[in-house]
Design a protein around this ligand. Structure first.
Ligand SMILES: *Cc1c(COP(=O)(O)O)cnc(C)c1O
Length: 380
């Protein structure tokens, strides 16, 4: 077996970053850091310039997601993982139902199971490579699943579970690797939350949530009855959704954010909107994903991991390799050639490639990637 293979330079993609998050950051986003080198970086997030940046992100996302009346954008520190804890502390009243079908969807369910003031969650579990939505369940006040299960490359539908609204329940969607890459009708959700290091091509560390009036009201109601003597629930101030909403309304965050992350995020949201918003971004991701799925379908040694075509993600593409090709070796040879982060999710443990095809990735680079993989496969 060849230790490594040198891919001819003219075959290589222009940019070799195909991670599923962190993901490619466009050079223009980095240049935006330079532009803000003295006016934004190293300045107070309580003053106008940084607040304008936050305001622009909120406005840009409102337009990107075509926000229904009364919906608001909130943000804070801690990433999507932190939002799971915020949801447990501030949004779920008694009990939540979860669709779990991979690492990320299962992690939120685990948090809810660990919260001592919540009833044990009701879990609807699907096999990795498929999705399963939670079903209408008596007593439940929040339905939770992931739009895009990043660990397996599965996209799930986003719509309210029939009967859930009548029940007064909220729909909380983990959109971390979907927002900006997959189409969504926000009116079908109460919290559509994500981090900026996937489709928004920024750095990690922030969470952003699109919130319905019902979600904002729920948080206010839950938080009104806690932290009193004898109350059954403690909401740490850092996990208060109400305080995040109040700060976001003032174009601020509860505590100090990474200004660099905000600058790069703001640049990306503007870039997406200037190019045609959600319709453009999702078509571009879909094109890249189709290139990969078509290549894998036609390949002698590769095939899409997700068998249900409708569930194949157009944001994160997973491709199984047969035993003739060692995925670990393939990934490491690609890396030697500057093509990085094509590994499958570690805990899934398959002989697999996983490729992030977020809007920042050029569809022509995805085509080049398939040719590089074939080139290496022939020489391994
Ligand atoms: C990446 C990811 C997360 C975790 O995001 P952090 O910013 O690291 O907290 C959660 N859910 C999904 C679906 C993800 O892809």
């Amino acid at each position: 077996m060849a230790n490594t293979v040198k891919i001819p330079t003219d075959m290589l993609p222009e940019d070799g970053r195909f991670g599923s998050g962190p993901s490619k950051i466009r050079p223009e986003q980095i240049a935006a850091l330079d532009d803000g080198a003295t006016t934004l970086l190293g300045t107070s997030h309580r003053q106008t310039p940084v607040r304008q940046l936050v305001g622009s992100i909120k406005e840009g996302l409102s337009s990107f997601f075509n926000l229904p009346d009364g919906y608001e954008i909130a943000l804070g520190n801690g990433g999507a993982s932190c939002f799971w804890e915020i949801a447990c502390a501030s949004l779920i009243t008694r009990q939540a139902a979860f669709g779990t079908y991979g690492s990320f969807s299962a992690k939120f369910a685990k948090s809810a199971a660990a919260a001592p003031f919540l009833e044990d969650p009701v879990i609807y579990e699907g096999e990795p490579g498929t999705y399963r939505l939670p079903e209408l369940t008596e007593y439940v006040d929040a339905y939770c699943w992931a739009h895009n299960e990043t660990s397996t490359g599965v996209a799930a539908p986003v719509h309210r579970i029939e009967g859930s609204k009548e029940q007064g329940a909220l729909t909380l969607i983990d959109a971390t690797s979907a927002a900006g890459a997959l189409p969504v009708d926000i009116s079908q959700t109460d919290a559509y939350y994500f981090s900026p290091q996937k489709a928004f091509g920024s750095d990690g560390g922030l969470w952003v949530a699109v919130l319905s009036p019902a979600a904002i009201e729920r948080a206010a109601r839950v938080e009104a009855n806690v932290n009193l003597p004898g109350a059954s629930r403690w909401v740490p101030p850092f996990l208060s959704l109400t305080s995040a909403v109040e700060n976001s309304r003032k174009d601020q965050t509860l505590n100090t954010p990474s200004v660099a992350t905000l600058i790069m995020m703001e640049n990306q949201v503007r870039w997406l909107n200037n190019n045609g918003g959600m319709a453009w971004a999702t078509a571009r991701c879909s094109k890249s994903a189709s290139t990969l799925y078509a290549w894998a379908e036609a390949s002698e040694y590769a095939k899409p991991f997700v068998s249900d075509e409708a569930a194949r993600s157009r944001a994160v593409v997973t491709v199984d390799l047969d035993e003739s090709i060692n995925a670990q070796q393939m990934i490491s040879i690609l890396r030697d050639n500057g093509i990085v982060d094509t590994a499958g999710y570690r805990k899934l443990g398959r002989n697999q490639l996983r490729i992030g095809v977020f809007p920042s990735v050029e569809p022509s680079d995805v085509l080049a990637l398939t040719r590089c993989i074939d080139y290496v496969a022939e020489r391994m």
